[in-house]
Design a protein around this ligand. Structure first.
Ligand SMILES: Cc1cc2nc3c(=O)[nH]c(=O)nc-3n(C[C@H](O)[C@H](O)[C@H](O)COP(=O)(O)OP(=O)(O)OC[C@H]3O[C@@H](n4cnc5c(N)ncnc54)[C@H](O)[C@@H]3O)c2cc1C
Ligand code: SF4
Ligand code: SF4
Ligand code: FES
Length: 483
């Protein structure tokens, strides 16, 4: 039998064997507070905030719901006086350690805690281990770790200068740790500024192409440049520009060049996440640009864990740079670098914070009605399913830009096998830059097999202009130049 029956807060439910109490409760809309739990990584059971009371054979116990598996006949109470007492104690202890952390202040308010009886410290890290787990389990590099024991336990991380001297050797600047950190100890903006400004670009470039680019090669080292359009009507309908990315990946999959592609999809709240695409239809789900940041590289671990061995990846310049660093360096990579076979890079000036979507939802239209977002010129165009288009001046949403991107010097994904963007081609076409033999073979094959049409592009003024702007901005805002 694969299901067990249990009762949570008086409701009888059936859930899959092996689920945790936390998952079962979430499944029926019961909210249990958590701090060290995140669905992207394995549970750890460190903070115990998710404590609940269970009753079995007349005996009551407090257990940690994020790691406690459901059992037949279990009776669970998520809000008993005992549970509230335990949670209050945990919050008080954490408040003493990290009095200025917003998530703890919010919890204190929710549980009616006005002050803590314990000695105050001034930390921000609650030692939840989410950053270490995502870096190890999902990114595969273990660039961030716990050190010391007992009261001296701390995180050795990307922002600790005194400890992170070897960091640039292993950290790929993917931002996954900042994405999951619940306390703001690791902030994407600071992390990006630090990691991107120390990225060993020249070394990785040399190992990829056999030489470093000259200063005036602002689009990086490449072989050729084309305007490309999909020949598949169903892809063109959903694509951002000419549907080159989706069509080239479809060719790569169907020709056997790769057996899976890690793409970035979005839910109806425009929240990005990754998907391992293994079919033409899967790929179509990823079509269209999500302008908000997501650490898409973690999708590689899903592909590897599902047994794929020839993996393609599409992502922004920082993401493809991170993976190229793994491919060209001797750094440890537990997921197996030989499995990453193809890097498709996107053009990108900057990404936005997810709060931008809240702004669109509140001020423009319900996100569920949005069919496409497209930055063209000085506007972000919001397309509704009913055909209406709203143009938001970029100057109005500048506050939502992920300022960490200001440290990035790469507009055109210079370290990818093939780079694809919007600027430089007519409306409805994608600009495609081939960089490696693999990139050339991909485009040639897709043309020959009728996936895309292509015409050589002579005029690169616009992408060159944006690449120069990006490098100039990095130097001005963060002092970052190419290493
Ligand atoms: C954050 C961002 C900023 C961009 N800025 C520019 C720019 O300034 N100038 C420019 O010319 N082009 C920019 N682009 C690229 C452009 O928007 C199109 O992605 C590109 O032209 C390819 O269009 P297409 O029709 O060929 O792709 P499609 O066939 O529509 O496929 C799009 C692919 O992009 C991937 N993708 C979508 N969102 C993300 C994301 N957030 N992270 C990783 N992968 C993602 C999907 O997995 C999908 O496979 C940007 C893209 C992104 C994601
Ligand atoms: S940025 Fe990525 S690689 Fe670097 S420490 Fe964070 S999760 Fe690990
Ligand atoms: S840095 Fe953030 S994610 Fe890492 S252990 Fe501390 S609070 Fe948790
Ligand atoms: S969320 Fe369960 S122990 Fe932290």
């Amino acid at each position: 039998m694969n299901e067990v029956t249990l009762e949570i807060d008086g409701k009888e439910i059936k859930v899959e064997k092996g689920s945790t109490i936390l998952e079962a409760a979430k499944g029926i809309g019961i909210d249990i507070p958590t701090l060290c739990y995140h669905p992207l990584v394995s549970p750890f059971g460190a903070c115990r905030l998710c404590s609940v009371e269970i009753e079995r054979r007349g005996r009551k116990n407090i257990v940690t719901s994020c790691i406690y598996p459901v059992e037949e006949g279990l009776v669970v109470n998520t809000k008993s006086p005992e549970v509230i007492k335990v949670r209050k104690m945990i919050i008080e202890l954490l408040m003493a350690r990290c009095p200025n952390v917003k998530i703890l202040q919010d919890l204190a308010q929710e549980y009616g805690i006005k002050e803590t009886r314990f000695e105050l410290e001034d930390e921000t890290c609650i030692l939840c281990g989410l950053c270490t787990r995502i870096c190890e389990e999902r990114v595969g590099v273990s660039a961030i770790n716990f050190i010391n024991r007992g009261v001296n336990r701390m995180i050795e991380g990307p922002l600790e200068d005194h400890l992170g001297t070897n960091l640039s050797d292993v950290c790929i600047g993917c931002g996954a740790c900042a994405y999951v950190c619940p306390t703001g100890t690791i902030v994407l903006e600071d992390l990006y500024k630090k990691i991107r400004s120390s990225y060993p670009f020249g070394v990785v470039e040399e190992r990829t192409f056999g030489r470093r680019s000259e200063e005036d090669e602002v689009l990086g080292i490449y072989k050729n440049c084309y305007a490309v359009r999909s020949k598949k009507g169903d892809i063109l309908e959903r694509a951002q520009d000419g549907g080159a990315v989706t069509s080239l990946l479809a060719y790569a999959l169907e020709s056997g060049m790769i057996d899976a592609a890690v793409i970035t999809v979005a839910d109806d709240r425009w929240e990005p996440t990754t998907k391992v695409a293994t079919s033409y239809d899967d790929l179509k789900e990823g079509a269209g640009t999500k302008y908000t940041f997501y650490p898409s590289g973690i999708g590689i671990s899903d592909a590897v864990n599902n047994g794929y061995k020839d993996i393609g990846f599409v992502g922004t310049p920082c993401q493809t740079e991170g993976l190229r660093k793994i491919l060209t360096s001797d750094q440890p990579y537990s997921l197996g670098k030989e499995k990453i076979k193809l890097l498709v890079g996107l053009f990108c000036l900057d990404t936005f914070k997810q709060e931008l979507m809240g702004f669109i939802n509140d001020k423009i239209t319900r996100l569920q009605e949005v069919s496409k977002l497209d930055i063209k010129g000085r506007d972000l165009n919001v397309y509704e399913k009913n055909g209406e288009v709203h143009a938001i001046p970029l100057s109005d949403i500048e506050g939502y830009v992920n300022k960490g991107c200001y440290a990035c010097t790469d507009f055109s994904s210079e370290l990818a096998d093939i780079s694809i963007g919007s600027v430089g081609s007519d409306m409805g076409w994608s600009t495609v830059i081939t960089r490696t033999e693999k990139g050339v073979a991909l485009l040639e094959g897709a043309i020959n097999d009728g996936y895309v049409e292509a015409k050589e592009l002579e005029d690169l003024k616009l992408p060159i202009r944006l690449a120069k702007i990006k490098r100039k901005r990095a130097k001005k805002e963060t002092g970052t130049t190419r290493s």
